[in-house]
Ligand binder design. Structure first.
Ligand code: MG
Ligand code: MG
Length: 240
């Protein structure tokens, strides 16, 4: 899990370096695939449920599952979410982040920052709890999003991650403290706040994949695969 996580995190850094006006999402996807293969790993997302890319690349109001395309060109002022996974010796990482293309609005900056903070508030909540549960994580994430005037996507969640990309338990980005599945040392989890500028409602486009906000406002995403240990949480996909 550590090696799969490291390669996943590095692939995300490779993508981050490429982000600028005029680049297509297919170009980013190609570089991600090449990097993962160079590391002796497999892009987990490629062919997963029939997904055609090695990464999900989602722009502005697109929340998750954007399909890399030659016709999607990054523009100044866009925010772009890149979600990637690398599989190594039967184990997989899963990580996502939101990046700015050139100069973005103050509101967009606040949304990206808040979404990252939501992730770390969640981690803090499970490290602090005596008997941590999934609800502690969701409560911490949602509280921070709401305190900043944003909403939390409810139809899609974080998840266990390991030999499969999506394992139990499901990890909603909302919840009640002290409720839900117990979090034990040895678990590996993908924690991934998806935070919207406007409504929490989302819908799927006709391509069958791309999830967008129902009101067309911005969405941000931040994800790491983590390992729960007796000595705290290890961020498996954080390499920077
Ligand atoms: Mg992901
Ligand atoms: Mg995930």
């Amino acid at each position: 899990m550590k090696v799969a996580g490291r390669i996943t995190g590095e692939a995300l850094l490779v993508a981050k370096e490429l982000i600028k006006e005029g680049v297509t999402t297919k170009q980013i996807d190609d570089k991600i695939r090449m990097y993962i293969k160079k590391c002796g790993a497999k892009p987990t997302f490629l062919g997963y449920g029939g997904f055609p890319g090695s990464a999900c690349i989602s722009i502005n109001e697109e929340v998750i599952h954007g399909i890399p395309s030659h016709s999607r060109v990054l523009k100044n002022g866009d925010i772009v979410k890149i979600d990637v996974g690398a599989q190594w010796k039967g184990f997989t990482g899963d990580s996502a982040a939101t990046f700015a293309v050139g100069e973005i609005s103050e509101e967009a900056k606040k949304l990206i920052k808040t979404t990252e903070e939501c992730f770390f508030k969640g981690i803090e909540a499970i490290e602090k709890a005596e008997t941590p549960r999934i609800g502690d994580l969701g409560f911490a994430i949602a509280s921070h999003a709401h305190a900043n005037g944003f909403s939390v996507v409810e139809q899609y969640t974080g998840h266990g991650v390991g030999s499969e990309l999506h394992e139990d338990p499901s990890i909603p980005n909302y919840g009640t403290s002290g409720r839900g599945v117990r979090i034990y040392p040895g678990m590996t989890l993908a924690i991934e706040p998806m935070i919207n500028e406007g409504t929490k409602s989302v819908k799927v486009l006709k391509d069958g994949w791309t999830v967008v906000t129902a009101d067309g406002k911005l969405s941000a995403h931040y994800e790491h695969s983590v390992a729960v240990t007796n000595n705290g949480i290890i961020l498996l996909t954080k390499v920077d």
